[in-house]
Design a binder for this molecule. Structure first.
Ligand code: NPW
Ligand code: ADP
Length: 584
């Protein structure tokens, strides 16, 4: 459902970093609260009461927008209605109470239970007796008010006789209270079927979908969705503390807009990560400065493997984006075959033959930042170049960015137990080394399956840092950044950026920012680079507050770029624009 501006504004109001927590931490926050003598059922009532109020308000906003869109039609005022799907845990308890409070507020409600045997019996749980008793209390409170309800399992049998979803499922708002932070395995049997039915019914009737705490099916600590199956929410009402899983991997795609319901104060628990939604202010340049004040980036990549394909574009993209951030000078060490192409698209760059090893080593000595790996190639010759240039960069104390084929070679060196890995790890303790894999590259670096990386991206990025040292970006939806031991999540970026060359662009942004000594907070620069890259991508598809008109490079006509068709080569102009906005 297309949400009204009023609602999206509520969610995007703050550009300040937001602390993110995993399930274990949220349970610990709750326990600390109860240890102070507060009652768990009281907290559940408070949560449900606030969510019910919020749902009433959200529904009014949606309704007002619908009316203003169809102002010439007569609308009869009807009783608002909600269909609340509840599971057997405390999340289900929240759902029962929301139904209860909405009913008290004059709403027509209908509860669909899943995994619950009958009115007075919630499934017993070995490991959370008190949780179940709160859910049971909530259920009883709602049933005491004769809250209409039915078992999904009964409806399911009904549906199996080929009936369409019952008319009783008509509702203005669909509320998902099947699973919260307690989901720890793939929903099976009736739960699985309930999620499918919920999504299809809500979509069919155009209901506003509100998830309680987290969309059911999404794992709060990882952002993983089992078998691609989760509630597709328009709005998630996030209780107590913002969940890590809402913002990485599948989280953003299923959660819709996230609204916090903070409920209780807490301070002593270190967050699992920090969510970054906007770039930090950039200081204007000093008037009395020259190109040497802003660093020299050496891009090492863009190779052509003998008798095979070339990857000159990678080096062009990296250097274009480094330049777009304002790096003082760029030299590209790429295959000679690409020098002409590079200079015609980027006359401001200097070139050197990638295979002229001594000359490249000499340049490494004078560069301020070395970005290595983009289109470097994976053959033996490329491996020799990588090893040699990496050693030179370390010997000359250079800031390093390693990406793409460079990461492939690192993984091979690690498999061979090459001494260079230990050297790199030691070096990164005193120098800035940034490594920027996507999940496939991380899988190679850790010698694991891609699915193992994807299922727990936070663990994967920490493991990478333990083995290789350095600061890391694990790219993808909700890119993770691990800088000096602190984990961040990039809250910007879009699926239009899932195209070839976008990673090369990111390496250039990182290199460009790190080269500029006047922006000298290295940790922030890595975060800043990831966010600027993502904001530029969002700006191009009009998904950001940074508005810019995009023009066709040749005709000069105004363009509307959507996610499909966004190209890496569109990015440098957008990066310049974001840099400018952040400097204002
Ligand atoms: N504590 C408080 O005071 C407050 C808590 N609050 C609310 O509580 C929520 C957390 O509640 P929760 O801990 O009961 O977990 P929840 O997400 O309801 O699910 C656990 C149940 O699901 C089951 N289950 C899990 N996976 C399954 C699967 N794949 N397929 C089938 N079953 C599966 C699991 O079964 P078991 O593993 O025990 O067999 C267990 O029965 C939280 O998100 C927030 O909404 C708020 O009211 C604020 C106050
Ligand atoms: N769905 C998405 N949401 C947000 N950002 C994305 C998404 N898909 C890709 N990106 C971003 O685009 C870039 C793609 O990088 P990468 O996969 O290395 O591309 P390539 O290797 O082709 O250069 C990364 O910065 C990544 O975070």
């Amino acid at each position: 459902m297309q949400l009204p501006m009023q609602i999206t504004a509520q969610c995007s109001r703050s550009s300040l970093p937001i602390a993110l927590y995993n399930s274990k931490q949220v349970y610990a926050i709750e326990q600390a609260w109860f240890a102070q003598g507060y009652d768990s059922f009281g907290l559940m009532q408070q949560a449900a009461w606030q969510m019910a109020q919020r749902i009433i308000l959200l529904y009014q906003q949606v309704k007002t927008q619908a009316k203003s869109k169809a102002k010439h039609h007569n609308h009869k005022v009807s009783q608002p209605s909600a269909c609340v799907w509840v599971g057997q845990g405390n999340n289900g308890g929240d759902g029962w109470l929301i139904a209860h409070y909405l009913q008290q507020a004059g709403w027509q409600v209908q509860v669909i239970t899943v995994g619950i045997e009958n009115d007075n019996q919630t499934n017993d749980s070995q490991n959370s007796k008190s949780a179940i008793s709160d859910a049971l209390k909530a259920q009883r409170m709602a049933l005491d008010m004769s809250c209409p309800h039915q078992r999904f399992e009964d409806m399911h049998q009904y549906q199996n006789k080929n009936a369409r979803l019952d008319i009783a499922l008509q509702a203005d708002v669909y509320i998902d209270a099947l699973f919260g932070i307690g989901l720890d395995r793939a929903p099976a049997n009736s739960y699985k079927q309930a999620i499918v039915s919920f999504n299809s019914a809500a979509q069919q009737i155009g209901a506003l979908v509100v998830a309680v705490d987290i969309p059911s099916g999404l794992v709060a600590s990882t952002g993983q969705v089992f078998e691609g199956l989760a509630i597709q929410a328009d709005i998630t009402l996030c209780l107590i503390a913002r969940k890590f899983g809402l913002h990485t991997k599948d989280g953003m795609g299923f959660s819709g807009k996230v609204i916090d319901i903070p409920l209780i104060p807490f301070a002593s628990i270190e967050p699992a990560a920090i969510l970054l939604k906007d770039g930090q202010h950039l200081t204007p340049r000093c008037q009395n400065s020259y190109k040497g004040s802003y660093g020299h980036v050496l891009v090492v990549g863009g190779n052509r493997i003998d008798g095979s394909q070339g990857m000159g574009g990678a080096a062009i993209l990296t250097s274009s984006s480094a330049m777009a951030t304002g790096a003082g000078k760029i030299t590209v060490a790429c295959h000679q075959a690409f020098h002409g192409a590079l200079l015609s698209s980027l006359p401001d760059a200097m070139t050197i033959d990638l295979h002229e090893q001594e000359s490249v080593e000499h340049l490494i000595k004078s560069a301020s930042v070395v970005a290595i790996g983009m289109g470097l190639g994976r053959d033996e010759k490329a491996k020799i170049l990588f090893t040699r240039y990496l050693k030179a960069a370390i010997a000359h104390n250079k800031t390093l960015i390693i990406d793409a084929d460079g990461l492939y070679h690192l993984a091979a060196l690690q498999r061979d137990k090459n001494e260079l890995i230990t050297q790199l790890r030691e070096y990164s303790k005193t120098h800035n080394v940034c490594l920027t894999p996507h999940s496939g590259e991380a899988a190679k670096l850790l010698d694991k399956k891609i699915s193992a990386i994807e299922n727990d991206r936070s663990s994967a990025i920490h493991q990478c840092a333990n083995i290789y040292g350095g600061n890391w970006v694990l790219k993808g939806a909700g890119s993770l950044i691990l800088a000096q031991g602190q984990l961040y999540v990039c809250g910007a970026g879009n699926a239009g950026m899932a195209t070839a060359g976008m990673g090369d662009i990111l390496s250039g942004v990182v290199a460009g920012l790190l080269a500029q000594q006047d922006l000298n907070d290295e940790q922030n620069n890595l975060c800043q680079a990831v966010v600027i890259h993502a904001l530029a991508g969002d700006m191009l598809v009009r998904q950001s507050s940074y508005d810019a008109t995009t023009y066709d490079r040749i005709s000069g006509n105004q363009l509307l770029i959507g996610q499909r068709g966004l190209q890496a080569q569109d990015m440098p102009a957008a990066i310049r624009h974001i840099m400018q906005k952040l400097t204002c």
